[in-house]
Design a binder for this molecule. Structure first.
Ligand code: PEP
Ligand code: MG
Length: 579
């Protein structure tokens, strides 16, 4: 029978493929009673898990190279001995038989009992045996729960054409899966505006996030349908459903093809309002694909992807080559390169940066805060961006600014970088435009000062909404509070657009709200004239712009901004564009 799983869709597509379950989080061991008649089966299941754990450890032992220190094999031998010990292989069976516990629970109870004994020992060496118990028990539990042993590149190697079902996926995992040709994914964790989801959207990978216990409900290798339009996934689908979804994929392909007639048209409203449509790019190799969609330029190049899945920081020259490539592909267009925005869910594992993730990473040393603290990280990037500015119309953009102190330091470092390049005789655009991302409420509230200090502003709604509403953009549990139409968010956006107008400073928007067709009319009405989004959304948004009457929308947006009741706001949104 088909099984429907629900979460939040992050892109528009549909994917069908065999399921690859990847789990890396905490093991969740549940207690349930085994009926008397099935006790022998449960014991057999436990014995099989013990046997498999022994085989796995023996395999590991055989793979140890001959010249390795004997301590390593001794370590494995200890674990093998532990598995064979009555305390681990017999006592849980007694618990299953006497108490009718399930195997995982019986093993957990015995583990807790053993660990308590080790905990009260004074001898520090014996105390560490507690970790060995945990290691061995976890190995057996993983087998009982059909858990993946570990998640690494080798696991993602098998992702080609598959729908990955995972408990959690980081942006770095997303990159690995993309490189391996994954068809789609479902994750238990995450929300539509987490960086992993944004990356999936940008790479056109159908995905559903925030699906509780997804890994438990699907079977390895079974056929899975991901319908990211409706945030649904279907396991064990019958032939009718598969036929239906294959038709939907074809239909989708025709819809995308039909939109192509807009490709060579400018984005201009019916009443002649010209809009700049820019694209967000995460990977330099996505460039060729994006170029085909014909945006007016790049409104956001997220440089952090360059820093992921590696052990050493990319140097100035390596970065320069990537930025130069971007400039060549977008010759004649404006290209906006954002300085490093790591921290929070975009972790990189390069020393010393991995020392900096504090107790509340979203409010910690993220983005420009880290760049200012670590000049050896920031200065090579500034120089690489400046050098690439000699190749065309390059704009540099800085994430997460919140205070004028940071702005002063930033301008000083840019000045210093220019002086270094001048001294070396390296060319750059002396008038390179520098912009600030407005993604912290403090920056939005002081947008006027920011507009005076920068050549352009770009509203990062993903973070602006998160920080304004105190709602973690990655946490599905508070996803219902993450509301782009909250009056607080709309007023902050309006303040930024007005500050830009008053100071003659162009304002763009590069958060996900800019590429979501349901908000296009409202943002046009609020006066936004530059939108930056995933390449996959450009033509759809262009279609809405070209069909709009901006002067009507502007009157309607004013009225909508005066509302505070969510239902009235939704009704006013529905009425936008109608007389
Ligand atoms: C934003 O916050 O809106 C944004 C574009 O930046 P990121 O999603 O990379 O944090
Ligand atoms: Mg941001």
């Amino acid at each position: 029978m088909a099984l429907m799983l629900n979460g939040a869709g992050v892109s528009r597509g549909i994917a069908i493929g065999p399921c690859l379950v990847i789990r890396r989080g905490e093991l969740e061991v549940l207690e349930y009673a085994i009926p008397r008649a099935l006790i022998d089966d449960e014991v057999a299941r436990f014995e099989a898990a013990i046997k498999k754990a022994q085989q796995q450890l023996n395999q590991v032992r055989q793979q140890i190279p001959a010249n390795t220190s004997p301590e390593i094999s001794a370590f494995i031998d200890t674990h093998l001995l532990m598995i064979e010990d009555e305390a681990l292989c017999r006592v849980p069976i007694n618990l299953i038989r006497r108490q009718q516990y399930n195997a995982e629970w019986a093993l957990k109870l015995q583990r807790d009992a053993l660990v308590t004994v080790f905990d009260v020992m004074d001898d520090p060496y014996l105390k560490t045996r507690r970790d060995d118990v945990d290691y061995v028990v976890t190995r057996i539990q993983r087998i009982l729960l059909s858990h993946q042993e570990q998640v690494d590149d080798a696991v993602f190697q098998r992702a080609r054409g598959c729908v990955v079902v995972a408990d959690e996926l980081s942006p770095a995992d997303m990159l690995l899966m993309y490189q391996r040709g994954v068809a789609g994914f479902i994750s238990e964790d995450g929300a539509p505006n987490s960086h992993t989801a944004i990356l999936a959207r940008s790479l056109g990978i159908p995905a559903v996030v925030g699906v509780p216990h997804a890994c438990r409900y699907v079977l390895q290798n079974e056929q899975l349908i991901v319908d990211s339009r409706y945030g649904a996934a279907i396991a064990s689908a019958d032939d009718n459903a598969l036929r239906f979804y294959r038709r939907c994929i074809k239909h989708d392909q025709s819809r995308v093809a039909a939109l192509k007639i807009l490709k060579d048209l400018p984005a201009v409203s019916r009443d002649g309002c010209v809009v700049n449509l820019m694209m967000n790019i995460e990977l330099a190799d996505e460039v060729a694909l994006s170029k085909k969609m014909d945006a007016d330029g790049v409104g956001l190049f997220r440089t952090e992807m360059l820093f992921m899945n590696r052990e050493e920081l990319p140097g100035e020259e390596e970065q320069y080559q990537v930025y130069a490539k971007l400039m060549r592909v977008f010759k004649g267009c404006s290209v906006t390169i954002r300085t490093l925005d790591v921290g929070a869910d975009k972790n990189i594992n390069v020393n010393p940066l991995n020392d900096y993730y504090g107790s509340n990473p979203a409010l910690g040393l993220r983005a420009i805060r880290l760049s200012l603290k670590e000049p050896q990280l920031f200065l090579p990037q500034l120089r690489a961006i400046l050098r690439a500015s000699a190749l065309g119309e390059l704009r540099m953009m800085v994430p997460m600014l919140s205070s004028m102190r940071e702005v002063q330091q930033l301008h000083l470092l840019i000045k210093m970088s220019k002086a270094v390049l001048q001294e070396k005789g390296q060319s750059f655009d002396t008038a390179m435009k520098v912009g600030a991302m407005i993604e912290v409420p403090a920056a939005a509230l002081t947008a006027d000062a920011f507009a005076r200090q920068f050549d352009f502003l770009s509203i990062g709604t993903n973070d602006l909404i998160q920080y304004t509403l105190a709602t973690d953009r990655m946490d599905a549990a508070v996803g219902h509070l993450y509301d782009p139409l909250h009056p607080a968010v709309l007023h902050l956006i309006q303040m930024v657009i007005l500050a830009g107008k008053q100071n003659d400073t162009p304002v763009s928007m590069c958060g996900e709200m800019a590429g979501d067709p349901q908000y296009t009319a409202l943002l046009l009405g609020m006066g936004l004239r530059e939108f930056s989004m995933s390449a996959s959304m450009l033509l759809e948004v262009k279609g809405i712009i070209n069909d709009s009457d901006v002067s009507l929308l502007s009157r309607q947006a004013d009225a909508l901004l005066a509302l505070d009741n969510p239902d009235d706001i939704v009704a006013a949104m529905d009425a936008l564009g109608t007389h």
